[in-house]
Ligand binder design. Structure first.
Ligand code: 5GP
Length: 122
């Protein structure tokens, strides 16, 4: 899938839509989700144009991937989530339920998060 530069996270990166930033460096931006699903719900995105985990893992340079996931862990620690813990989620594509076609990792925390995944169907 080609990258759509009109997606909402691209607009956030260009400063066209406001966001509540929790972390930023040259390659990564993290901000609070507009519709939080937990007391802490932060989205971490690379600044590069990647649609999903699929092309990020395939096309991003290994050092960019490494710095991205190091930043995710650092952000979780800075949010005070390392103890008692947190959950990461990256929806990928249609079956993954991905709505915004710019790769992002959800960071959830602030309460016990229950089962790993909703069990509507096996
Ligand atoms: P996905 O389903 O693609 O993994 O998750 C997209 C997430 O982006 C959703 O949790 C949704 O609430 C969040 N979101 C959508 N639009 C905006 C926005 O304009 N600002 C922020 N901060 N979050 C957004």
């Amino acid at each position: 899938m080609a990258y759509d530069s009109n997606n909402v996270f691209a607009k956030i990166l260009r400063g066209e839509i406001p966001n509540s930033t929790v972390y930023e460096d040259d390659e990564v931006l993290a901000f609070h989700d507009l519709n939080p699903q937990a007391p802490v719900h932060v989205l971490v995105i690379p600044k590069g144009e990647y649609v999903s985990m699929d092309d990020f893992s395939k096309d991003a340079p290994p050092e960019v991937i490494a710095r991205f996931f190091a930043a995710v862990g650092r952000i979780a620690r800075e949010l005070g989530l390392d103890e008692p813990g947190y959950r990461l989620l990256a929806n990928c594509g249609a079956h993954g339920g991905q709505e915004v076609p710019h790769f992002h990792v959800h960071v959830f925390g602030g309460r016990p998060l229950g089962r790993m995944i909703a069990r509507e169907r096996a």
